[in-house]
Design a protein around this ligand. Structure first.
Ligand code: GLN
Length: 475
């Protein structure tokens, strides 16, 4: 087998059996990237020499000993470029330190390998906002891979990575995972450290695994989760053995279906696949219960106020002075700021900074930002009530399969509305996973569909357990 086709577990087994070595795996991955990634555009860069140096003394007995992991381009890896797929940073910044998630990966023996493409500063749902290069869906090159972690999803799906890290602020792990047919897990807010991630919306961002199997996601989460002295929002709760949870079956579990998530706008074929997966869980002994999340209709507006407000503050640091692009035409301090930001940021990033600055400005703060914070509390309370009734919530990830490149890029509102099923989890701070549940035939191509499973805070074991059952039903 070509080492790039391995999962984490099978690669570890192959190392133990002496069938391949970390060096050989890295070289063969690089060959696959060179051969296949030109059409897909999932990688912005990779550095084989740095990775081979990391592989030299790797301890194969560690949980991820010798396993290469592809990294979304907003996670700092010491000595590697970190551009957030933006002209603001492209070619102008190398990370001086490792993010906590990278430190944890390294401590477990993993090798960060390759920078994956994304929507600029993680703003988008299609990867069309990458400021560097387009990224395509490996199942149909005319379609988007999803976003913003589109590169991470695409490279795992194309077997040009064994596994990858993504980040999810409003769906950016789950939605591309769904569109590319891989597993993507957004941990509970605070489960994984955000130290060393370039911030988009600090109260929503979480980093998580994107993998070929549920077992790999469980293993990666065991490594990534846990407290961090450098992130005050990171929780000190004990880390479960998530792989142990996979051994349990779903009999007796209560699974809630929010009626608002199965309403108008849901594609017929997506609904069919999701409902089939849910019926299968029922046949394995789960109890299916209809629930209501009544504030769902306000989620998109609430998210796009809070996320843009936080982004406008976070992105103020890109001022042409401290790091990143500095305009050559600027001739005084104000024009350094203005021209550097004008030239460095793409259209969607500018739109969000403008929106966010507006909702925070005096006179509008109460009407938009403060009100959005109140609605956020209502959305969180919807979930608290739901989890008094059920163990896990099941729904689609996205209303449609991957759409065509260009289909929504001129209509930001249509793009934002398609985030309807994923953003509430971030507003509520709960965990969620997308697990493949079949494919739909569109224009002669089989496009993947993901099932979303949402769990209560720190309920990752529960959603992984159900996801594992869904995965088994597929095989
Ligand atoms: N699609 C959402 C947005 O554009 C979510 C992005 C994300 O999770 N980073 O903001």
């Amino acid at each position: 087998m070509n080492p790039s086709e391995y999962t984490i577990s099978s690669l570890r087994a192959a190392f133990s059996a002496g069938e391949t070595t970390p060096e050989e795996a890295l070289r063969s991955l690089a060959t696959s990237i060179d051969k296949k990634d030109g059409d897909i555009g999932g990688y912005l860069s990779y550095d084989l020499d740095l990775a081979l140096a990391d592989a030299e003394n790797v301890d194969l007995s560690l949980p991820l000993g010798g396993v290469p992991v592809a990294i979304k381009d907003l996670i700092n890896v010491e000595g590697h470029p970190c551009a957030c797929a933006s002209k603001m940073l492209d070619g102008k910044f190398r990370s001086p330190y490792d993010a906590t998630v990278i430190r944890k990966l390294r401590a477990a023996g993993a090798i960060p390998f390759g920078r994956t493409n994304m929507d600029e500063f993680a703003m988008g749902s299609s990867n069309e906002n990458s400021g560097i290069q387009p990224c395509r869906n490996p199942h149909d090159l005319d379609r988007i891979p999803g976003g913003s972690s589109g590169g991470s999803a695409a490279v795992v799906a194309a077997d040009t990575a064994v596994a990858a890290l993504g980040t999810d602020t409003g769906g950016s792990i789950r939605q591309p995972a769904s569109h590319c047919g891989v597993v993507g897990l957004k941990p509970t807010y605070g489960r994984v450290s955000r130290y060393g991630l370039v911030a988009f919306a600090s109260s929503l961002d979480q980093c998580g695994p994107m993998t070929k199997t549920v077992e790999d996601a469980a293993l990666l989460l065991e490594v990534l989760a846990g407290s961090c002295s450098r992130d005050s929002t990171c929780l000190d709760a004990p880390v479960d053995s998530y792989r142990e949870a996979l051994k349990k079956d779903v009999a007796g579990l209560k699974i809630g279906l929010p009626k608002e998530y199965f309403a108008e706008g849901l594609d017929r074929q997506v609904r069919e696949k999701v409902e089939t997966a849910i019926r299968d869980l029922e046949s394995r002994g789960a109890e299916i219960v209809e629930i209501s999340l009544p504030n769902t209709e306000h989620a998109v507006a609430t998210y796009y106020i809070i996320a843009t407000a936080e982004a406008s503050a976070n992105l103020a640091r890109f001022d042409g002075v401290r790091y990143g692009h500095r305009s050559e035409s600027a001739d005084d301090l104000l024009s350094v700021y203005q021209d550097s930001r004008e030239e460095g940021f793409g259209a969607e990033v500018k739109r969000r900074i403008l929106l966010g600055t507006y909702v925070l400005s005096s006179g509008y703060y109460d009407a938009y930002y403060l009100r959005a914070q109140k609605v956020r509390t209502l959305i969180r309370e919807d979930f608290t009530r739901a989890f008094e009734q059920v163990d896990v919530i099941a729904s689609p990830v996205s209303p449609t399969p991957a759409f065509k490149v260009g289909e929504k890029s001129e209509d930001p509102l249509a793009m934002y509305l398609a985030d309807i099923y994923t953003i509430s989890a971030n507003l509520a701070g709960i965990c969620g996973i997308s697990v493949p549940c079949g494919t739909t035939a569109v224009d002669g191509k089989d496009l993947p569909v993901g099932l979303q499973l949402l769990g209560r805070p720190l309920g990752e074991s529960g959603i992984l357990q159900v996801a594992h059952s869904v995965e088994q039903a597929q095989s």
